[in-house]
Design a protein around this ligand. Structure first.
Ligand code: KG4
Ligand code: ZN
Length: 354
């Protein structure tokens, strides 16, 4: 079954054709980075306008690269949440119209579940073996940071999530403040390669100072303290209180602490759950320091999507959509977009599943 997957939740206008939920026939991503760069962040109005201008051509290119005409598509999937509402609506409505015109099954999918599905695609799987369920999921993007137990492609239990900023957001905001470049995560990753990660000691959050955490919040994360500390470091320098910091050292020290925050909770979740496979997804999963740190843990199998499938793409949408469709799920054409992440299950109080 060939599924056309459409993704337009943020600043990537993307379409892909995936066969049987595994084999990527085409994966076209038109990035809007040059249009948002001047603003050091995504401008929602520009994003939705660019999606509107590009979506037809991007979908056409995905069909062409797959060597198919519209008659070769068996079902259509599109991201319906979470993301920028105006952007989501463009891709979702394009996908609905395509499905309606060709009388095809249509499914609206969750962007975060799709990031987690990226490692199930054939191009992702190490030696052809996709990671088997259950495993620990590490979902790290510009809008979300989620540590979860994953029992199936759509069955996740959130063990920890950020109580304030997402990890990618912290990368983006620090990069913006220091003028490191855009998009911030990649800019910091690159700069950090030439920096000393121990040059500055930034604080780790203390989330459960007063009482032990409730079981449904034990692995929660926080990034606003780190972000503020790194940004204030520059302000101190500007006030003349500290010597001039090297950009590379700031980037490397921030990145080390940002990854440490993730790993502290992730490794505890691995120990407590007994799960030894970790599957990463989302833009921050491209981070080279995060990858290197996880590779050090020889007792854990850590699976990352290839770089092209870490950021937003249509292949993960088509892959997840296929799994839903063969199970018989369909979305009504009245389905609409939502800016918010779905309310994923939290562990029951009194303990998590082992
Ligand atoms: O998944 P994604 O492409 O879009 C969202 O769903 O948000 O993730 C984008 C995020 C941005 O915050 C970006 O700065 C971050 O991923 N990112 C990185 C790297 N590449 C992208 N963060 C750290 N290191 C990277 N190499
Ligand atoms: Zn994403």
């Amino acid at each position: 079954m060939n599924v056309l997957g459409i993704e337009s939740s943020c600043d990537e206008c993307a379409a892909a054709v995936v066969r049987d939920g595994k084999q990527i026939l085409s994966n076209v991503v038109a990035t809007q980075i040059p249009f948002h760069e001047a603003y050091n962040g995504v401008v929602p109005e520009i994003a939705s306008r660019k999606h509107t201008e590009w979506i037809y051509a991007v979908a056409q290119e995905a069909l062409d690269k797959a060597g198919l005409d519209p008659g070769g598509i068996d079902a259509v999937a599109a991201t319906s949440r979470p993301g920028l509402l105006g952007s989501l609506l463009v891709g979702l409505n394009f996908a609905k119209a395509f499905a309606w015109a060709r009388r095809l099954p249509f499914i609206a999918v969750d962007h975060m579940l799709a990031h987690l599905y990226a490692c199930q695609l054939a191009e992702s799987a190490e030696s052809g073996e996709a990671p088997a369920y259950p495993f620990l999921g590490l979902l790290v993007s510009g809008g979300h940071s989620i540590i979860c137990r994953v029992d199936d492609f759509d069955d996740i239990t959130v063990l920890g999530t950020t109580v304030d900023d997402a990890v990618g957001e912290a990368f983006d905001k620090v990069a913006k403040h220091y003028g490191f470049g855009y998009p911030g995560g990649l800019a910091i990753d690159r700069l950090a390669q030439g920096g000393n990660p121990d040059a500055f000691r930034f604080p780790l959050p203390k989330l459960h100072k007063k009482s032990p955490p409730a079981p449904d919040h034990s692995y929660d994360l926080s990034y606003s303290g780190l972000k503020t500390a790194v940004i204030n470091h520059l302000d101190q320098f500007r006030a003349g209180d500290s010597p001039e910091p090297r950009r590379e050292d700031i980037a490397a020290s921030f990145q080390k602490t940002a990854v440490e925050i993730l790993l502290r909770s992730l490794f505890r979740a691995a120990e407590d759950s007994g799960l030894t496979t970790i599957v990463a997804g989302g833009g921050v999963a491209a981070n080279s320091y995060l990858r290197a740190r996880l590779a050090e843990r020889k007792d854990l199998r850590c699976v990352f999507p290839p770089l092209a499938l870490c950021g937003d793409n249509g292949a993960m949408i088509a892959g997840l959509g296929y799994r839903c469709i063969i199970r018989g799920d369909r979305s009504p054409l009245s389905v609409t977009a939502s800016a918010r992440v779905a309310a994923f299950r939290r562990p029951q109080r009194g303990g998590q599943r082992g």
